[in-house]
Design a protein. Sequence first.
Length: 182
Amino acid sequence: MANYKPDLSCQNKFIPINFAEQILPGTFEYALCYIVENKLDLSGFDAWYNNEKSGAAAYPPAVMLKVILLGYAHGFISSRRIAKACETNILFMSVSGDIQPHYTTIAGFVAKMHEQIEPLFTQILLICDEEGLIGRNMFAIDGCKLKSNASKEWSGTFDELERKKAKLARQSAHHCASSMPR
């Protein structure tokens, strides 16, 4: 009988991770961390936190912004998906310093701080433009999905549309002729 090495896929393994080494220069995550930590004025958030004498420590606004912006950049618009990524994705763990905010905390931060966050998005865009990170061809910031009644069945070329129109006319004539009293 052949002697194979055992399958250890169900075995737990502790791997030491240095989160600072996971964010490499030249990556989006590195640029995001640099901009949020060094270029943005986050003093507008301080007025909202009044917990120096009592209460639990708050998540730093810089960390919350980095996590939310990274989530949005990866297409995660749900606070639940962003929170899950903070638990399972090494990039989110590294950007947040392994802080794992609950999804209600993320949603509450965006809802309560939207007036402070909006100007920061503008600042980020201006900084990216200064650094030449934004192309001049097209820049889209809205990814909302809109309902449409243009089904694939009815879209196509004008020739196809004429053929469909003729086919529908024939079917209508057939149905009308068959339902006429004799």
